[in-house]
Design a protein around this ligand. Sequence first.
Ligand code: PLP
Length: 411
Amino acid sequence: MVTVNDNYLKLKAGYLFPEIARRVKAFAEMNPDAPIIKLGIGDVTEPLPAACRIAMIKAVEDMGDRATFKGYGPEQGYAWLRDKIASHDFQARGCDIDGAEIFVSDGAKCDTGNILDIFGKDNAIAVTDPVYPVYVDTNVMVGHTGEANDAGKYEGLIYLPMTAENNFTPDLPTGKVDLIYLCFPNNPTGATASKATLKKWVDYAKANDAIIFFDAAYEAFITDPEFPHSIYEIEGAKDCAIEFRSFSKNAGFTGTRCAFTVVPKSLKAKSSDGSDVELHQLWNRRQSTKFNGVSYIIQRGAEAVYSTEGQAQIKGLIGFYLENAAIVREKLMAMGLKVYGGVNAPYVWVQTPSGVTSWDFFDKLLKEANVVGTPGSGFGAAGEGYFRISAFNSRKNIEVAMQRIAEKLKM
Ligand code: PLP
């Protein structure tokens, strides 16, 4: 008899986005003329930057000529892309990261999940609450947890609450943890971490021989020069952190797919016999065995992000979404709601009115304003009483949605 990976059966069936889709579908069937606006899933809406499109078209032409045709590329990504990433995203910010420490991939989502392949089974793992659900579910899938309780918390994971009281930056764990997931600018709260906050975590990781998984998928939304874009801006982080980045949200690559992960060569962990093992080597082994690289055409598109035109165009895109976020914030605050995030981040995190749960607020918004957002409780127990609104949409949809909310949703 064939058996399955039982860990999958521990996953909570009502995963957030399918549940949202179910409720929206049911509402739309009952109200076929309702002009629903979706500000839920964090997918971009604006077209790819011209610089990226032009580079990809040229790359398609390269593929049509025997002299420039490319077959399998290097699993780690082409050096011309990795070197540009290293110099622009890291060295220019004073981080000592080399192109050889960068692994180009088809998504930060898969990398944050796949990274668990190279770690042992007995690490103590800390996640924030609320959290990007992928970190939790991938730990469940590989068997790092027990069952979930009624609040949706899995036995065996250490949850670090992020609340208004701690400015949505988690306090250090009271005990020792080995692997820590941090995401700044944060999905879902839109919070950003200062250098002092990240230094506290780097110091903790170094003192406890822990490793930080730093998800910086939204770093491009940081416009305030005070905030670090990379954890490697903190001294010592090269010895305790892996960083995940993506072209999804800065250059609109959610459907095009390109991202990268930085595994510094100095980063080590222990084998079961107590000897030091370079994580760079293990991740390289993992990627070159299970992954065959990102398409040449797409990597050329990603490279164009670093051209002068590309930089100007992505700045325009990010500025556009940040203006959307400012509109959302302003309208909600004018209604007397408590609002967080949406500055240096594309997500606005709204506190629901007293006594209204995240899902109640979702239903109210859907039914009365025909606007879809994301209930905070779907991101973890500490997200109860909050609601996420995404700034990824057209200006018209943002304005219409916020006007409807202001008019129809009398609190
Ligand atoms: N990390 C975070 C925190 C995200 O919110 C997302 C997407 O929403 C991702 C990673 C996924 O990035 P990618 O499109 O590169 O897989």
